[in-house]
Design a protein around this ligand. Structure first.
Ligand code: PXP
Length: 248
């Protein structure tokens, strides 16, 4: 099976930095280490409240790494103008407010399509690859297609929660939803990504879904990095993904 890309989300390096102010630890340095360790992309979420990544991190990361940058952003005019000026390789539209989410947490494009569609168009017109972070449902995938999204990122958070709650049948059911949504989207020419909450113990079944081309993983890798270092944590996650692709 074709190798899946690993996008490393470095937001929580900024969370630690911001806990004390100042500039240490630097997200850009984490991006460089992730690149050296085999990451295929760097993901950063510039939130409206700037709780982790800040505006000047964007250029700092770009200056430091060659990897494509995936900017996660809310559908606001402020974020759109930042994205159009920064021109990342990719932009992933995510919910930031409770009322923008489905029960499981993805951007509810089935309800918000009129609001989301202009953002998809403007980002695409600027040659930025747009993805929509949605729950793994065929309805959400169909609406994403209808509003012109070339990529969707399927929310894996619920699957991970069910695994850790010990709910085997629930996790199997959610994995089935992920698989079906991936098949449904790929059959319509949509590129499929997945992410949120993934760990060494939960990444393999998701990475084994042939249609998943990219996984975006942050919090767990950064947590592990505290114990084993960032390079080792990224390498181990890479190995888990590669093993799943080889084994599937
Ligand atoms: N994908 C998207 C769209 C996200 O918003 C996040 C979290 O910022 C992730 C992936 C990564 O999730 P985690 O940090 O739990 O690995």
């Amino acid at each position: 099976m074709e190798r899946a890309r690993l996008g490393v989300n470095i937001d929580h390096v900024a969370t630690i930095r911001n806990a004390r102010g100042g500039s240490h630890p630097e997200p850009a340095k984490a991006a460089a280490i992730a690149q050296a360790a085999g990451a295929d992309g760097i993901t950063i979420h510039l939130r409206e409240d700037r709780r982790h990544i800040r505006d000047n991190d964007l250029e700092a990361v770009r200056k430091t790494v060659k990897l494509p940058i995936n900017l996660e952003m809310a559908t606001t005019d402020e974020m759109l103008s930042i994205a159009l000026a920064f021109k990342p390789h990719a932009a992933c539209l995510v919910p930031e407010k409770r009322e923008e989410r489905t029960t499981e947490g993805g951007l509810d494009v089935a309800r918000l399509h009129d609001q989301v569609e202009p953002y998809v168009k403007k980002l695409r017109d600027a040659k930025i690859r747009v993805s929509l972070f949605i729950e793994p449902s065929k309805v959400q995938v169909a609406v994403a297609e209808a509003i012109g999204a070339p990529v969707v990122e399927l929310h894996t958070g619920k699957y991970v929660e069910l695994v850790f709650a010990g709910d085997k049948s629930g996790a199997a059911e959610e994995l089935k939803r992920l698989r079906e949504a991936a098949e449904h989207g790929a059959a319509r020419g949509i590129e499929i990504h997945a992410g949120h909450g993934l760990t060494y113990d939960t990444v393999r079944p998701v990475a084994a879904i042939a249609q998943v081309k990219e996984l975006n993983i942050g919090h767990f890798i950064m947590g592990e990095a505290l114990f084993v270092g960032l390079e080792a944590a990224v390498k181990r996650m890479r190995q888990e993904i590669d093993a799943a692709r080889g084994a599937a």
